[in-house]
Design a protein around this ligand. Structure first.
Ligand SMILES: Cc1cc2nc3c(=O)[nH]c(=O)nc-3n(C[C@H](O)[C@H](O)[C@H](O)COP(=O)(O)OP(=O)(O)OC[C@H]3O[C@@H](n4cnc5c(N)ncnc54)[C@H](O)[C@@H]3O)c2cc1C
Length: 460
């Protein structure tokens, strides 16, 4: 049998669950979408392929960019918290349990992000389950969405595969928060493949790092690019929270970094002797919707991580006693399918601070700052139409699976934007389910009124 042969199967899939709102993917956007939908009164089911929720946000992304505007880049502008609502409530819950140190201002690098927010990932996993339980969200873990049910253009449910085998789930409204747009693609929505413009990453953590020694060595060498200090967990522990440094300028690393395509490193230190590298091991142009490409990248990047850690231990003061103690569950994927939606935000709209009558939150961060930043440390509105895939009914999308232009995606894909998108999509889905309306027919002003009542900031 060659690779293009097919095997015809006949399937009779049991209908195992029914829900008003089914959220596919319990990551950065999907976890918030499920909470929002359930709190807005919908019987909500959340489907996640991992054994936890949080997705990329707790598997390599950190800090969370950004609840605030870029006030440190433009002297004279004031600090504004733009993203509030449910994302802020999650931060408050984490902080109350000691799993977040709040929003910390950058000491160096404030023109990239003026305020950063770092959370404890294990603490998040437990808190997230508690919040889902409290909201009454039904949760199925270790299940992969593998198909959709449709009547005409309308999605009526999804097919999952897990330890119970293949099961069908009926839904009034489905939210695709899979990051890759798996559901929208299966449902026949149009999309563009964008992996050619981006890279996948494999973040990792090292323990027994002497952070004080490391930071002072790097400062002496003039290698520090970003620095944030703040309170830590242990009395007498170090206080370096965020640290970015440039090893490409160190001759002992430059050849290795160039050959492997590594950046930075850039990372953070939530606990006193631990450093998490978020942006270091990377591989360009991997199609993370291709199982073989995904597998090869995982093997290659794991080798890279161990090779870099050996170099750090050998050459950089502070790493003498260190070892690799954490690697992520999945490859860190930045960009795969961009689903074609009713509105596709452009870079001009983002940097120009465009506002829209149907905007569902405001956002003020761009990942290429200070090179690309939103004018006058301002913000832009995120329109509801950007969550609505063309051609398919009964479906909303949220997260890094939208925005087809790489430069614009470098803003919309960030964690805090994805969380805010999740709140809007989940709330919209619940409103639709309650009124029997399709997402495309939902009055955005009804949604905006509801979001405002939930504490979402939509401007004065
Ligand atoms: C290496 C790396 C570093 C980054 N650093 C930062 C940073 O420092 N700050 C920042 O703000 N942003 C950062 N980002 C970007 C940001 O983390 C992501 O864009 C964002 O978290 C994506 O959120 P999401 O909800 O779209 O996807 P995810 O958080 O990835 O969620 C998707 C979820 O869907 C699940 N899923 C996927 N397919 C299926 C399926 N078929 N069935 C069931 N479940 C499925 C996944 O398991 C996952 O939980 C980084 C990204 C990467 C890759």
């Amino acid at each position: 049998m060659n690779a293009s042969s097919t095997y015809r199967e006949e399937l009779h899939t049991p209908i195992a669950h029914q829900a008003q709102v089914v959220v596919c993917g319990g990551g950065t956007a999907g976890f918030v979408a499920a909470l929002a939908a359930a709190r807005a009164g919908a019987r909500t089911l959340l489907l996640e392929r991992n054994s936890f929720v949080g997705g990329t946000m707790i598997n390599g992304a950190g800090p969370l960019h950004s609840f605030f505007n870029l006030f440190k880049a433009v002297p004279g502008t004031s600090k504004r918290q733009l993203v509030r609502g449910l994302p802020q409530e999650i931060i408050d819950r984490l902080a109350a349990s000691g799993f977040c140190r709040g929003h910390l201002e950058m000491d160096k690098g404030g023109d990239y992000d003026s305020v950063i927010t770092i959370i404890d990932w294990e603490g998040f996993k437990d808190t997230a389950f508690t919040m889902l339980e409290e909201a009454g969200v039904d949760l199925l873990l270790n299940v992969q969405v593998a198909g959709v049910m449709k009547e005409g253009d309308r999605v009526t449910g999804v097919i999952i595969e897990g330890k119970s085998g293949r099961q069908a789930i009926q839904a009034q409204v489905v939210v695709d928060a899979t990051g890759d747009g798996d559901v929208a693609a299966l449902a026949g929505a149009d999309y563009v493949k964008k992996h050619g413009t981006s890279s996948v990453g494999f973040p990792f953590g090292m323990a027994r790092v002497d952070m004080r020694r490391l930071a002072s060595y790097l400062q002496e060498q003039g290698l520090v690019t970003q620095l944030v200090r703040g309170p830590k967990d242990l009395p007498g522990g170090d206080d370096v929270i965020r640290l970015g440094f440039d090893l490409t300028r160190d001759p002992r690393f430059s050849a290795f970094m160039a050959q492997s395509g590594m950046w930075g490193p850039l990372g953070f230190s939530y606990h006193s002797d631990h450093f998490t590298f978020i942006n270091t091991a990377n591989k360009r142009q991997v199609d993370a919707t291709d199982t073989r490409a995904l597998s090869q990248a995982l093997v290659e990047l794991r080798h890279q991580v161990m090779a870099l850690s050996r170099l750090l231990i050998q050459h950089i003061p502070g790493f003498e006693q260190a070892y690799v103690c954490w690697t992520p569950n999945n490859l860190g994927v930045r960009y795969t399918r961009a689903i074609t939606c009713e509105k596709d935000l452009s870079l001009e709209e983002i940097v120009g601070g465009a506002r829209f009558p149907d905007e569902v939150f405001l956002y003020g961060f761009h990942d290429c700052a200070p090179r690309i930043q939103i004018r006058d440390a301002g913000c832009y509105g995120f329109p509801y139409r950007a969550l609505l895939p063309k051609k398919v009914e009964g479906l909303l999308v949220a997260g890094r699976l939208l925005t087809s232009d790489w430069d614009a995606h470098m803003s919309t894909r960030n964690t805090v934007s994805c969380m805010a998108q999740g709140e809007a999509a989940g709330t919209a889905a619940a409103l639709c389910a309650a009124s029997g309306t399709s997402p495309r027919a939902l009055d955005p002003q009804v949604l905006r009124a509801r979001l405002r009542a939930q504490g979402v900031y939509l401007g004065e």
